[in-house]
Design a protein around this ligand. Sequence first.
Ligand code: FAD
Ligand code: UDP
Length: 377
Amino acid sequence: MLLMRVCIVGAGFSGAIIARHLAQKGHEVVLLDERPHAGGNCHTERDAATGIMVHRYGPHIFHTADQRAWDYINQFGKFRPYVNRVKAISQGRVYTLPVNLLTINQFFGKTLSPKEARTFIESKADKSIKNPQNFEEQALSMIGPDLYRAFFHGYTCKQWGMEPTELPASILKRLPLRFNYDDNYFNHPYQGMPEDGYTAIIENILKHDRIEVRLGTSFEAVAEEFDHVFYTGPIDRYFGFRLGRLGYRTLDFERIEDEGDYQGTAVINYCDQSVPFTRISEHKHFAPWEADKFSRTVCFREYSRLAGEQDIPYYPIRQVHEKRMLESYIELARTEKKISFLGRLGTYRYLDMDVTISEALAACDRIDQLVAAGEAI
Ligand code: FAD
Ligand code: UDP
């Protein structure tokens, strides 16, 4: 088998998984990340002032139905059971999300049973919308105008900077609607939080004699030749933005430090448009097994806005013109040799961690097949 010297751009899950696989197959791997740490956007670290484990680029909860991704990640770190239970404040009252029987009963001041609640919500839903074309239509056809206005319209305007009529229905389809008291934010069978944080897991994936990790190093600054490059940075950046910039939302985090317990739970969403931030995350509650050890607490208010050229790209906006631009970049990428684009930035899609892992493992399978067939990657 031909052994290669490869470059991997990005020390998130996508880059780390490909790096380890290739190293295990005998290839020499140089992995770069321009940030001073591994972990990509899942990076966690101990907060210098309080000692609390913080999720630097926004809260991350691991959840999956994919056995392969779950088995893979569990090889590299211990997961503690964790269930994401989100509270939401709307018009001065606190509710639980996703919309469940408690939300419905509290919001409408009722004591409905599951069957009664289903009939009640069906009576509110807009039945004239048979095939929802956007976020708003999806919401109105599922839950009707009252719950939509209270929990989704304002929050979505803040999060995406546009009216929900301009957004795809698929964004809302991510959230369950339940007619029981289950307030677990996710439906997946596996859910947890890594005991030592995500960065420790990614560092463990990268621990291999044939992987050289160069942090604080951008791809653009490296002049060496490689047999192949796996690029998990933004695809438009690789091409010098020559076809335009793919739009992203970025986040600003405003730090709050306090004594004891600030809000009593990990995440509270602020659904009213009059409140400028979308949510507050209190990070000691993401690690309930150690939360009592800390006398102080640290939280982050999250503000969403359109990403400027110097900002960290978080959520791909994926409007029609951006999808068209992405297609053009993909065409351009097809003309390049010795480079593969992967991960959330390389493919300009919102990917949960489990999907990221599963796609990276699938890419490893494809690499093996090509190598076995003696073909170029
Ligand atoms: P990234 O983690 O973004 O890694 C890419 C790396 O490439 C970065 O470290 C970057 O510095 C580096 N890089 C880019 N360009 C260059 C360059 N030219 N030179 C050198 N380095 C470069 N998923 C969940 O499953 N659960 C959650 O609760 C969850 N919460 C999230 C919350 C937020 C706010 C966001 C935005 C995402 C969330 N996700 C969550 C998704 C999760 O962050 C992604 O699945 C994951 O980060 C994707 O990993 P990646 O390796 O593809 O990309
Ligand atoms: N959303 C909302 N109100 C909430 C929570 C979510 O309107 O309290 C909308 C918002 O548009 C968000 C989408 O539902 O982008 C999907 O929610 P999710 O929790 O998956 O958001 P993300 O993890 O992308 O921040």
